[in-house]
Design a protein around this ligand. Structure first.
Ligand code: GCU
Length: 618
């Protein structure tokens, strides 16, 4: 409930003079396609301070400095001695501290940080003189997990969630001199009530893991937009444009898709928003075989933003998945945001393009970007390279289902994922979670997320990796969450966690729902280069035989319309500690962490060749 005006005015004045601590700005809604703006990159070397006791955030009585009367006292002041004698007691100095590369997790940049979980402070100075009539937004592609962000010693806000963008308007926080510094308290401590929760099967990479920049916009600009085909309507374009600033009614917005001979003008309402829906008969539809993207321009007043957008429809009909009205099979593979050839999180286009190139080489037309929102650039590359995408929030395993703050966190991450990905033709599925144990609170939590996803985007499918249970050779899929989803997806590890290699082919599925079946995970481990007979676990031969037996078993599912075997490449996982076969890596990759393709890679590749032929796709 907004404060009465006088109190708000007083608060704004106090904030402006730093007399009232606390987040001056709530996280403003994400700017769509912010990277297309004029940006000042803050990538590169940042000074850092390791702070496991959070000494730079709390005083010795555990009171937060930035909640104190002055708001001062924390490392975010970036305090310097006022004289050469260094008479003041200052027990830190960013500029004399070591540096970390941004983007990049800290774990892989220094051996002493490999397992580090806690706070690391980052600091970067930059020169930016604010221009009259312009607005400035500080943007982080992701910070894992909790970020407290300060500019020139003043708090901008706090964000929880390790894989979605963070953005704060800093227009009236920049220094007139042009000399600025940003400080971030990044804390990757795991919490039972966080999203994800305390236990995951991936490395808890901490830090500023994706790009950081300042975006400049006009005073009134096109902050958000959606331009897609309307639900199940291959010749109808629909969407909206949201202006920021001004917010005058009746402002003209022009949508221009020159190649399609489309030029539409719409007028904004009093909230600065305009919707549109019109016939577009001549569009060349996007598909993996023909990933055509149009140059789309949106302009209003002095502002123009360009994007490359593909147009396609996705729907289900009985047990079929229809892409542009034609039945398809999702030849997929699961992918973590990690390139095995460099340590740690994927950092830039080269890493991401390499992962998707391997997927294409495997014969994929589809990828599952597990288990959290990936880099926006990955989604844009999937658009460009022709790969359909399952995008997911990290509602993974034993989440704190009955904690309202946990639900709000999950819903915010889902909303931010959909906001970031809504114009990407490659994304066909929003997944609300993975392998979550059955209970009434879990069902309420997950179905609320399903409802939210559909409210934000009625054009894409909604899914989750469901639970299953085995009785003898019958594998039952009757997870109540399945009722609310468009696909029946589940992780089945027959031959690895469930039953022996030879039993796999005898298993039969009993699936409750008459929906397309898209296996969200299957597979087993192999140590790259370790060879033996097919019944010796951890050998490449065992993994290859498992895949062969899996295909025999899966051919018994009449509604099978896709799969994303687990996983493209070996990846770091703290839970995987066998000193010979794992050594801190999950070995289910079809490619080893040295980039070597295992035998099972070629088994899956051949299976996908057959599937492509069966569906008349190359
Ligand atoms: C689970 C889980 C994955 C995990 C995999 C495994 O299904 O979804 O995140 O890595 O199995 O056990 O290797």
């Amino acid at each position: 409930m907004p404060l009465p005006l006088p109190a708000r005015l007083l608060a704004a004045l106090l904030l402006a003079f730093g007399l009232l601590a606390g987040p001056a700005y709530a996280q403003s809604g994400l700017i769509q396609n912010a990277a297309a703006r004029r940006v000042l990159s803050l990538n590169g070397s940042w000074n850092y301070i390791i702070d496991p006791y959070e000494n730079g955030f709390y005083d010795y009585r555990r009171e937060a400095f930035d909640q104190s009367k002055t708001g001062k006292g924390g490392y975010y002041d970036n305090q310097k001695p006022s004289s050469a004698q260094e008479t003041e007691l200052i027990e830190y100095d960013f500029d004399k501290s070591a540096t970390l590369q941004v983007p990049g997790d800290w774990n892989s940049q220094d051996a002493k940080l490999l397992y580090y979980e806690g706070t690391i402070w980052y600091k970067k100075s930059f020169t930016l003189k604010p221009q009259p009539g312009k607005r400035y937004f500080l943007y982080f592609g992701a910070v894992n997990y909790e970020a407290h962000v300060y500019l020139n010693g003043k708090k901008l806000g706090m964000h929880r969630g390790g894989f979605t963008p963070i953005q704060y308007e800093i227009t009236d926080r920049l220094s007139a001199s042009g000399d600025n510094f940003v400080v971030v308290k990044a804390d990757n401590t795991r919490h039972a009530d966080a999203v994800p929760t305390i236990n995951t099967d991936w490395w808890n990479y901490g830090g500023l893991t994706r790009d950081v920049y300042v975006a400049e916009t006009p005073g009134t600009f096109i902050k958000d937009y959606e331009v897609q085909l309307a639900k199940d309507a291959p010749t109808t374009l629909a969407g909206y444009v949201q202006l920021s600033g001004g917010g005058r009614a009746g402002q003209t917005v022009t949508l221009n898709i020159a190649e399609a001979g489309i030029r539409q003008t719409v007028k904004t309402d009093t909230a600065g928003r305009a919707t549109f829906r019109f016939s577009a008969k001549k569009l060349q539809l996007w598909s993996p075989q023909s990933p055509h993207r149009y140059a789309v321009s949106l302009s209003s007043g002095g502002d123009e933003v360009q994007d490359k957008i593909g147009f396609r429809t996705i729907q289900t009909r009985g047990q079929d998945i229809l892409l542009n009205g034609k039945s398809t099979f999702l030849r997929g593979i699961s992918i973590h945001d990690e390139n095995p050839l460099i340590p740690g999180r994927a950092r830039g286009e080269g890493d991401l393009r390499m992962l998707l190139t391997w997927a294409k080489e495997l014969g994929c037309n589809y990828v599952r970007l597990a288990h959290y929102p990936h880099n926006e650039l990955m989604l844009r590359l999937a658009d460009e390279m022709g790969l359909l995408v399952w995008a997911e929030v990290p509602v993974y395993w034993t989440i704190a289902w009955e904690n309202p703050a946990t639900y709000q966190n999950a819903e915010t991450q889902l909303s931010d994922l959909i906001s970031m990905g809504k114009n990407r033709a490659s994304i066909i599925i929003w997944s609300v979670g993975n392998e979550t144990p059955l209970s009434a609170p879990r069902l309420k939590f997950m179905t609320s997320l399903v409802k939210k996803a559909r409210a934000l985007d009625d054009t894409r499918l909604v899914a989750a990796a469901l639970e299953l249970h085995r009785e003898g050779t019958s594998i039952h899929v009757d997870d109540p969450l399945g009722e609310y989803l468009d696909l029946t997806s589940f992780n089945e590890y027959a031959g690895w966690y469930m039953g022996s290699l030879d039993e796999v082919a005898t298993y039969r599925f009993d699936i409750k729902y008459n929906k397309p079946v898209v296996i969200s995970e299957m597979g087993g481990s192999a140590l790259g280069g370790y060879h033996g007979d097919a019944h010796t676990r951890w050998t490449e031969e065992y993994q290859a035989a498992l895949y062969q037996n899996q295909f025999k078993m899966l051919s018994g599912i009449p509604g099978l319309r896709g799969m994303t075997p687990w996983i493209l490449t070996d990846f770091r996982a703290t839970r995987r500690q066998h000193p010979v076969y794992q050594n801190g890596f999950n070995r289910k990759g079809l490619i080893s962490n040295t980039g070597q393709k295992k035998k099972a890679f070629f088994v899956l590749q051949e299976f996908y060749r057959q599937q492509a032929r069966k569906y008349g796709e190359k």
